[in-house]
Design a protein around this ligand. Structure first.
Ligand SMILES: Nc1nc2c(c(=O)[nH]1)N[C@H]1C(S)=C(S)[C@@H](COP(=O)(O)O)O[C@H]1N2
Ligand SMILES: [Mo]
Length: 310
């Protein structure tokens, strides 16, 4: 059952009223899930985002509650338990914040968060997130297409890959004092994956700025890849000629490849990837090829052996 709705309505076709209605609906939805009480805690009392549009690039599946989205996290900079980031990420300082974009580009530039949010209309994108560990969630992100930022810096013909780096600050990120990974966390995409309209830089979720445990103030979201590709709290973006090595590939190249497309037919060496458990549900679901985004992204991998390029 395809749940992805193709984008035949441009953001400009959607009236502010529908945005307002949808926001009210989410607030009711959040309260209905019992997460209303968590709102002030997760976001801070005066948190606000500029107006944003409801994107057609959204699944019609019901989002997980705000409580689930903001209390069950992977963010090893704050510990390896799912509950650690929500408990300890308060020590992350997200202001001021700069994303430094350079490398194989004509116009290298440093963006603060305000200028980054002005690069394109903010959109809500309700995406499935499939963790390589075998669980999934549906998350209502708010963000801009990564392509809007890349176009600004004008990649040159040698810019074939994009490398992303998380903040390195052990005093704010206690997990970086442990050698769980080679810090800072690094991820990478091929330029066509990075430019794909489904790839976003998220600055919010559930209509508010990102909770720190979800990668504030800005993180990547690549919905057809395993969750670890969606790197959090980004400070640096580099356009490169050579394929970068991500932290997980460096840690274990036999288990985590560069592409990491969600693929129920290619098992992780230690477990099957055929099914997943949606957080909040009891029984398992079948994992969908490319996490259900195959109609949009399969052409990026035409002719590639996805067992070899896992
Ligand atoms: N910097 C950084 N980014 C990260 C991680 C991390 O440990 N550090 N974990 C990844 C993994 S494994 C997943 S599944 C997602 C989880 O995102 P969420 O907590 O917002 O659901 O973040 C990804 N991004
Ligand atoms: Mo993950």
């Amino acid at each position: 059952m395809p749940t992805y709705r193709p984008p035949h309505i441009a953001p400009s076709d959607i009236t502010p009223e529908s945005v307002y209605l949808s926001r009210r609906e989410w607030m009711q939805g959040a309260a209905g899930f019992g997460a209303g009480l968590l709102l002030p805690q997760a976001f801070g009392a005066d948190a606000a985002l500029p107006t944003f549009y409801k994107s057609r690039y959204s699944t019609s599946e019901a989002p997980n509650s705000l409580r689930e989205v903001s209390s069950y996290n992977n963010f090893y900079e704050f510990g390896t338990d799912k509950s650690d980031p929500a408990e300890t990420a308060a020590s992350l300082r997200t202001e001021p914040w700069t994303v430094d974009v350079a490398g194989e580009v004509g116009r290298p530039r440093k963006f603060d968060l305000a200028s980054l949010m002005k690069l394109a209309a903010l959109e809500e994108r309700i995406y499935r997130l499939r963790c390589v560990e075998g669980w999934s969630m549906v998350i209502p992100w708010v963000g801009i297409p990564l392509a809007a930022l890349l176009k600004q810096v004008e990649p040159n013909s040698r810019g074939k890959y994009v490398e992303f780096t998380t903040l390195l600050a052990p005093e704010q990120m206690p997990g970086q004092k442990q050698r769980t990974l080679d810090w800072p966390y690094v991820e990478g995409l091929r330029i066509d994956e990075a430019m794909h309209p489904l790839t976003i830089l998220a600055v919010g979720l559930y209509g508010k700025p990102l909770p720190k445990q979800n990668g504030a103030p800005v993180r990547l979201v690549v919905p057809w890849k395993y969750g670890f590709k969606s790197i959090k709290s980004i400070v640096k973006i580099r356009l490169l000629e050579q394929q970068p090595t991500s932290s997980w590939t460096r840690a274990n190249p036999g288990e985590y490849g560069f592409y990491s497309n969600v693929n129920p037919e290619v098992d992780h060496p230690r477990w099957s990837q055929a099914t997943e458990r949606r957080i909040g549900e009891f029984s398992k679901r079948k994992t969908l090829m490319f996490n259900g985004y195959g109609d949009e992204v399969a052409s990026l991998y035409k002719g590639m052996d996805l067992r070899r390029f896992f």
